[in-house]
Ligand binder design. Sequence first.
Ligand SMILES: NC(=O)c1ccc[n+]([C@@H]2O[C@H](COP(=O)([O-])OP(=O)(O)OC[C@H]3O[C@@H](n4cnc5c(N)ncnc54)[C@H](OP(=O)(O)O)[C@@H]3O)[C@@H](O)[C@H]2O)c1
Length: 320
Amino acid sequence: MEVPRPHARGDWVVVRLERASLNRLDAMMLEQRTSEAPGAIFGSDGAGVVHELGPDVPTSTGWAVGDHVIVSPSLHWGPDERFPSPEYEILGSPTHGTHAEYVAVPTANLHAKPQHLTWDEAASLPMAGLTAWRALVTRGRLAKGETVLVGAASSGVGTAAIQIAVAAGARVVAVTASGAKAAEALQLGAAATVDRTAGDLADQLRAATGGRADLALDPTGRLWGQFVENLRPAGRLVVVGKMAAAAATLDVQSVYWKQVDVLGSSMGSPRDFAALLAQVTARRWAPRVDSVFPLDDIAAAYTRLDAADRVGKVVLDVRA
Ligand SMILES: NC(=O)c1ccc[n+]([C@@H]2O[C@H](COP(=O)([O-])OP(=O)(O)OC[C@H]3O[C@@H](n4cnc5c(N)ncnc54)[C@H](OP(=O)(O)O)[C@@H]3O)[C@@H](O)[C@H]2O)c1
């Protein structure tokens, strides 16, 4: 639909988007949307060109019209690195998001686009990369040489997690659903893969790790039990989602006897986003793009999000 172009108020900035991308969150919110309560323009991920600076944007920020930027989706994180402020929002609800030609965001959410990334890749990074970064690095205390289990390896979060962990010098065992997706995980740098649809998952994980993984990331909600079973003593499980199961059953003794840390993580702070961009730039990795659709064909993009063979991010070309 046609809506008025946003204007830059206060210290906010309007970005003319080149690309946006879809996340599971958009699909989850779409299910709740009704014509009576259509809500905000969705979209947490975007990259584009600075179009208008608000009157209160300090000149010390250095931002100028025409700059190429990537937008962090964490709005108003606040001063505490440990958790977001009560004002925290994810871009796209209730603040209008990136599935549009223009988006207005606080200046603090602008970052220079890493030059080696295409527009498609830049718009694929923010939410998945930020979530995977905070989960693995900030919360999970990922260290070089560790063995990391990554669930939903073909998802946006999973593909980013593989790349972050590999760039940090870890050995990744990726859990995914098919041979073709496993091949993609290996391409991204995973050392081994496990097919969650074939045979006993815990047994397969044990064969791949000897039951001694250091860190595990479950974006699905369904892997807690098998992951904890395959952590070494004092291993860490980080959980970020409930896409496949909203409740988890755990062998309680396996948590306390092995001194396991079960850690929750969501999105990330400005510091997390800056650290992610620093790694992406230093190690020159690029998010895995599955497919690109024109904004006008957004329905087809949502259909692709649910395709069984999708690996990585579904992108919207806003200028097509
Ligand atoms: N807390 C946060 O801040 C935050 C932020 C972003 C995302 N998330 C969560 O992280 C998860 C991934 O998000 P995303 O946007 O990256 O999603 P996505 O790209 O849509 O992920 C889809 C993938 O999830 C896996 N999957 C789907 N159904 C499954 C099932 N029943 N059992 C096991 N795996 C299943 C599949 O991967 P495989 O076939 O490879 O297993 C599928 O390709 C979601 O749960 C999302 O809510 C949380």
